[in-house]
Structure formats: C-alpha cells, structure tokens
Design a protein around this ligand. Structure first.
Ligand SMILES: CC(C)(COP(=O)(O)OP(=O)(O)OC[C@H]1O[C@@H](n2cnc3c(N)ncnc32)[C@H](O)[C@@H]1OP(=O)(O)O)[C@@H](O)C(=O)NCCC(=O)NCCS
Length: 150
C-alpha cells in the first residue's frame, strides 16, 4: 500500500534522483531542499509517496495569496498508471483546502500529454495558454494554464 508523508530536508537528494530518472526537465536538489524546508517566507511544501519501502513519487505545491499552485509532480517511470499521480494530487489539494485556498492553479508544457491528462482526470480545466513559456533544447514551448475550484 502506498503511503504519503511530508518531505523533509534529508529527502532532497533522493527526490532529485527520482526526478532526474523520471523527467526530461528535472528540478535540482537545491529546489527540492527549499520545498522541504519550512521557513517563514517559504510557502512551498512537498509530499512524498512511498511504496514497498521506496520513494515512488512526489508533489510540490504552495499557497499563493487566496490560491494554491501545483509546482511539480513526478512518479517513477516504473510505477506509472497505478493511480499514484492522482493520489499525490489529492493529497496536495487536500492540504491546500485545509489552508483555506479557493482555487488550485498550475502550468504544464503543451507537449506533456501524460500530465495534462492526469490533471484533466482530476478535474482541472484549461484556462489559457502562455506562449513560449518553457525553454527547450532548441527554441521554446507554450505553457497550458489549468485551474480547479476547491
Ligand atoms: C504525469 C505523471 C506524474 C502521471 O503519474 P501517474 O502515476 O502515471 O498517473 P496516474 O496513474 O495517477 O494516472 C491517472 C490518470 O491520468 C491519465 N494519465 C496519466 N498518465 C497518462 C499517459 N501517459 N497517457 C494518457 N493518460 C495518462 C489517465 O487518465 C490516468 O488514468 P488511467 O490510468 O485509469 O487511464 C507521470 O507521468 C510523470 O511523472 N511524468 C514525468 C514528470 C512530469 O512530466 N510531471 C508533470 C510536471 S507539470
């Protein structure tokens, strides 16, 4: 059975390794460390999904004014299509609801079909598009903006 728990500073290196193996656009260890460090001016938080004693997924999110945002979500390539992405989203959204957030926002690469379908399966709707938002090895890529009323 998968279990979800808050990320701690000591998890940052393992989170970065999971992401490097799972995503073409991985975050650095320093970025993960920030999401696991509860200091006053940092509203980012991370939740980790562990199954069979191993880190299999993570989500990073933040409260921003009245809204919440999903910053990143990653599931190990060997553990996909088991519903872990939905479990992580549900946990992040529940945590945002508990803080009183009214909406959850996110941006996703236009080419990232798996993530766009995951968000749509959870109930997120497309609000718009930000042209040339993300860098590519050559050129840039549009971001799709999505939101969910909480
Ligand atoms: C996006 C990601 C987190 C999805 O994780 P996951 O655990 O496989 O997702 P789930 O098993 O919870 O999928 C739930 C639903 O989302 C949709 N979905 C997820 N992956 C999909 C894919 N590759 N193709 C089509 N639909 C997909 C389906 O509707 C799926 O339900 P189903 O399996 O019953 O058809 C994973 O593919 C990943 O880590 N990708 C690399 C990192 C990344 O791009 N993160 C997003 C940054 S914005």
């Amino acid at each position: 059975m998968p279990a979800i728990r808050p990320g701690e500073p000591a998890d940052a290196a393992q989170m970065a390794r999971l992401d490097a193996a799972a995503s073409p656009w991985p975050w650095s260890e320093a970025q993960y460390l920030r999401s696991c460090t509860p200091v006053a001016d940092n509203r980012e938080r991370a939740l980790l999904l562990e199954a069979d004693g191993e880190l299999q997924g993570l989500v990073v999110f933040a409260r921003e004014f009245d809204d919440g945002s999903i910053y990143n979500i990653v599931v190990a390539a060997t553990a996909r299509r088991r519903g872990y992405g939905l479990l992580l989203l549900e946990a992040a959204v529940s945590a945002l609801v508990a803080t009183g957030a009214r909406r959850c926002l996110l941006e996703v690469r236009k080419s990232n079909t798996a993530a766009r379908r995951l968000y749509a399966a959870f109930g997120f709707e497309v609000d718009g598009l930000r042209r040339n938002y993300y860098p590519l090895p050559a050129g840039r890529e549009d971001a799709i903006l999505m939101s969910l009323d909480l």
